[in-house]
Design a protein around this ligand. Structure first.
Ligand SMILES: [Zn+2]
Length: 202
């Protein structure tokens, strides 16, 4: 009886720290780490290139360390008068298969046989908004699989080049690697330590 009381007491004392001590590899909701980052989960709406709702719930998950680094980008970018707006983060592998099947432009979607860095919770699709929440002109829309999304696209205005440069420079400062084909996509530099998952939040 006495042992049981001691065990219960220990559990009561240590349960909060057990619950809140998450490893860096844990998947976390971005809004729990930084509610000031705007999210617009396109795959939870029909406003994406497939025209279909792929995520039944508009949540955005990332690995804990990735979310924390993104929060550092947000703090920095806010000093410049902007905010981050995130379109996608962790993406279950089974959804990667749907995207792969839905696109003819295979060079823009990672083959699910290999697993995308999104499937590891270590990639983000992100843009910048101004103080009023209006998206900055990046020269092409998120997921528009065209030459204009490339980093070296010809015909980009000076304003677009400047906006992309602010986003890319800020992300790089905090460990995110840009993608030359998609201005919105960034891989976290430590992606290799995270495995491909098919966990779903719905
Ligand atoms: Zn992406």
């Amino acid at each position: 009886m006495k042992t049981q009381v001691v065990l219960i007491l220990l559990l009561v004392i240590f349960l909060p720290s057990l619950l809140y001590c998450q490893p860096d590899t844990a998947l976390v909701r971005l809004r729990d780490i930084d509610p000031s980052i705007r999210i617009d989960v396109r795959y939870a709406t029909t406003n994406n290139f497939t025209g279909k709702i792929l995520y039944p719930g508009a949540e955005l998950y990332l690995r804990k360390e990735v979310a924390e680094r993104l929060s550092e980008v947000q703090a920095f970018i806010m000093m410049l008068g902007f905010r981050l707006k995130v379109y996608d983060g962790y993406r279950p592998l089974s959804i990667q298969k749907i995207l792969w099947d839905a696109t003819k432009e295979k060079k823009y979607v990672v083959n699910p046989a290999n697993g995308s860095k999104h499937n590891r919770g270590a990639a983000v699709d992100v843009t910048l908004v101004d103080a009023k929440g209006k998206e900055l002109d990046m020269g092409s829309e998120f997921d528009s699989f065209s030459e204009m999304s490339n980093s070296d696209a010809k015909g980009l205005s000076e304003n677009v080049k400047k906006n992309r440069d602010i986003l890319t420079s800020a992300m790089q400062m905090f460990g995110f690697v840009p993608n030359s084909r998609e201005w919105w996509h960034f891989d976290y530099e430590g992606w290799k330590k995270y495995s491909v998952l098919d966990w779903k939040w719905w």
